[in-house]
Design a protein around this ligand. Sequence first.
Ligand code: LMR
Length: 395
Amino acid sequence: MFETLKPAPGDKILALIAAYREDTRPDKIDLGVGVYRDDKGATPVLRAVKEAEKRLWIEQDSKAYLGLLGDVGFNEAMVGLLFGATTVTERVRAVQAPGGSGALRILGELIARANKDATVWLSDPTWPNHGPVMINAGLKTKTYPYFDAASASVRFDAMVEALKQAGPGDVVLLHGCCHNPTGANLTIDQWQVLADLAVERGFLPFIDIAYQGFGDGLEEDAAGLRLMAGRVPEMLVAASCSKNFGLYRDRVGCAMLMGASAEQANASLSQLTSVTRGSYSMPPDHGAAAVRMILTDPALKAAWCKELDEMRNRMLSLRQGLADALRRGSNSDKYDFVAEHRGMFSLMGTTSDQVRRLREEFGIYMVDDGRINIAGLPEDRVEYFAKALLKVCGD
Ligand code: LMR
């Protein structure tokens, strides 16, 4: 049977992990995959997570199935983390999912069950896996303009103009914060315009939020999502704990849906668990149990928030340092956007050829489209990276 299969193209971001690992140059720099690194280049297990895991090891007395929802306490805590204290949560239902990608996929399948002809609008550009996940869920995709490379900012007027074409039966996938790959984010006023447009046009907002706390803070990064939730009748949210809890390989995510009424939310939830039952059945427990422990224990939560602040502040200071170095080196304000962007990523405006030169000549790994993961930059290599970038770009 398998003789019919041709090799599938690899994922460009994940391919960088292996390429970087195989590079023997000691001074190589990994600005590729979206994984947080400390100044030593390590991605340690968060202290709060270690503590929760320790308690879990002592307290957990069974590995029996939890059920299709996963850890219900985790789901509740995640709804609180994302939606804040608001009555809309009476219409929100949540299912623990295997990572943010798993949440995206099962919500995509839920959309397909509700409307097999639905189209999901994706930002141009977006995380390269958004398209495949939605298409594999049985949906069609379209794009809306998002990023202006010349000014490294959001093309908001063009985005709104395009989304005026969307209507009922359309789903608009938005990045909750820390846009991947651009780093250029919507202002709260722009979220307001989009919420009004969603109500007027009748499209369904679907928010992918994988970096809450990496931009301006836990509350600040959820402000757009909360504004949207307060305005629209229905909404979907895919949340990830990979980055803000550092639980990448444990695959911890949460799929949330807000229905127009509690009854509709309940019916949709039963469809969502039927999707998971027909796929992987139940999500893996361990990481979500640790997150539940952290979010429901005030001391552990405070410790986690402190670690999250440390990660965010490191990224903000690297952004400023890199923008300053690029300003000095280029004698221009061309790269000032690096300090204004938020989250792990920025698109540096490099061509794939320039990215290849950075890799081959300078040992610097970044995604082909010019995306850097700012957290991968050691503080004492900022100047080196700035000089290499300006050299290959001729600036
Ligand atoms: C990234 O964008 O680098 C991360 O979200 C990792 C991934 O799965 O692509």
